[in-house]
Write a protein that binds this ligand. Structure first.
Ligand code: SAM
Length: 261
């Protein structure tokens, strides 16, 4: 067995039923598929069995990237690079379906990067991604719950999200200490337009900086206590950040950028 590198979040999927289930989440035949972190190519093999039109993988580990090239030859294109440094928006002509048993230490960074960098034209059709269960719970959290926060707000802005299943540690080698969850994402047709998505990042950071405290302080910090905004959105400043729904955050990001323009 290959020696897994903890620093690169290497936990390889070995459960054949789960590998098969992941590739049944969405149609692969004739689609262009991108896999993030293919590792030893376990999921890659199952994807290739479903006859994609083209397959590209991005793997940071040079040894694994070399092994993948030798193993799969011209069945796929291997990019030996850090996914965080790649601009996927210009990589493909067709819209792609993305699969990834993501390295857990950077999974939210990868997803946030994709959402924040999205142009009006989505470069992907579907995302089928595995996360640490605790992170997946935050991604799919509804407002008024303790898991609701920056990650849920940023992810739900442009994407519909569905949980496919939870996966036990026994499905991986080496066995991680945590449970995992598989999530399915697809673009929303309608979403509130925010000119600079970094403003959504900024306001959610400031609001959720002290998630148990009332909204008054972060609101005043961002909007200088502007009462017209409080009235427009009917915000009770005694509430906590988790009590404000998704759309209100997106609209507040627009207000914030209008103030600055
Ligand atoms: N897909 C394989 C599987 O399911 O068996 C491996 C998944 S493992 C959780 C994560 C993979 O992502 C590893 O192969 C690791 O080397 C790779 N990886 C880690 N950081 C990366 C990065 N920044 N860019 C691209 N690949 C990365």
């Amino acid at each position: 067995m290959i020696k897994a590198k903890k620093s690169l979040g290497q936990n390889f999927l070995i459960d054949k039923n789960i590998l098969e289930n992941i590739t049944n989440t969405t149609k692969i035949e004739n689609k262009v598929v991108l896999e993030i972190g293919p590792g030893t190519g376990n999921l890659t093999s199952y994807i290739l069995k479903k006859n994609p039109k083209k397959m590209i993988v991005i793997e940071k580990d040079i040894n694994l990237a070399t092994q993948l090239k030798n193993k799969f030859k011209n069945q796929l294109k291997v990019i030996n690079d850090d996914v965080l440094k790649i601009d996927e928006t210009n990589l493909f002509k067709d819209k792609v379906t993305v699969f990834g048993n993501l390295p857990y230490n950077i999974s939210t960074e990868i997803l946030s990067k994709w959402i924040i960098n999205l142009k009006d034209n989505f470069w992907f059709e579907y995302l089928v991604l595995m996360f640490q269960k605790e992170v997946a719970d935050r991604i799919i959290a509804e407002f008024n719950t303790s898991n609701y926060g920056r990650l849920s707000i940023i992810c739900n802005w442009k994407l519909n999200i569905k949980k496919i299943c939870d996966i036990k540690p026994e499905a991986f080698y080496p066995k991680p200490k945590i449970n995992s969850s598989l999530l399915f994402f697809y673009p929303k047709k309608n979403f509130i337009k925010i000119k600079n998505p970094n403003n959504l990042e900024k306001i959610t950071r400031i609001f959720f900086n002290q998630r148990r405290k009332m909204l008054k302080k972060p609101f005043n910090q961002l909007f200088n206590g502007d009462k017209s905004i409080i009235e427009k959105f009917k915000i009770d400043l005694r509430l906590r950040p988790q009590n404000i729904n998704f759309d209100t955050y997106y609209k507040l990001a627009c207000e914030y950028e209008n103030l600055r323009s």
